[in-house]
Design a protein around this ligand. Structure first.
Ligand code: E4P
Length: 217
């Protein structure tokens, strides 16, 4: 499963990429606002750090304006992936851009039927938001299983990008289901390192090593 970082924080992105943990990045208007930086400038910097897809989201709601925004965004770098919402205009834009060879990530997906539409419109990625579904009492990961089944039934090449990931269990379940990608905040990716037995084991080894009075270098 590929790992994308869901952030516009370039320091975190560079750190995770240097560890070999990042295959791409997703941003959205809220994350750009949180960064306090200019949209085009920050996307350009991210594209220079990672070599995988970097999602940059349009903010227009009608097809013609989405196409105009996409035109600006896709010129930033070859690895920009245009993010469009799962609306009629969003999918018209998805079809036009994918026909043209541009990567498209269809975002704000909350049902398997929506995911089916995005695949038919030629999306490179579909982003079902598991955390936001959990928040309103649904099982977000059930949606991922449904989309996996449907995409496999018809051999769609659209990659399932599990989004709105809130904790390590989401990551584990996404991997078990066979999602293609998951995107998570850097803190969630770093939390995957944690295990109390690792910490306990390390402390035990350090204590025993101290008793030997030796040093390696
Ligand atoms: C995905 O591309 C979105 O940016 C993101 O995962 C949304 O997550 P949230 O529901 O935690 O805001």
């Amino acid at each position: 499963m590929k790992f994308f970082a869901d952030t516009a924080d370039t320091k975190d992105i560079a750190e995770l990429f240097a560890m070999g943990l990042l295959d791409g990045v997703t941003t959205n208007p809220s994350l750009i606002a949180k960064s306090g930086r200019k949209f085009v400038e920050v996307v350009k910097e991210i594209c220079g750090i990672v070599d995988g897809p970097v999602s940059a989201e349009v903010v227009a709601t009608d097809h013609a304006d989405m196409m105009r925004e996409a035109e600006v965004l896709r010129k930033i770098a070859d690895n920009v992936c245009i993010k469009v919402p799962l609306t009629i205009d969003g999918l018209k834009t998805c079809k036009a851009l994918s026909n043209d060879g541009t990567m498209v990530n269809v975002t704000l997906c909350f049902s398997a039927n929506q995911a089916l539409l995005a695949a038919k419109a030629g999306a490179s990625f579909i982003s079902p938001f598991v955390g936001r579904l959990d928040d309103i009492g649904y099982d977000g990961m059930e949606l991922i299983s449904d989309v996996r089944l449907i995409y496999d039934n018809y051999a769609f090449s659209t990659e399932i990008l599990v989004a709105s990931v809130r904790h390590p269990v989401h990551v584990l379940k996404a991997a078990r289901i066979g999602a293609d990608v998951m995107t998570a905040p850097p803190a969630v990716i770093k939390a995957l390192f944690n295990h109390p037995l690792t910490d306990k084991g390390l402390a035990g080894f350090a204590a025993d090593w101290a008793k030997t009075g030796q040093s390696i270098v």
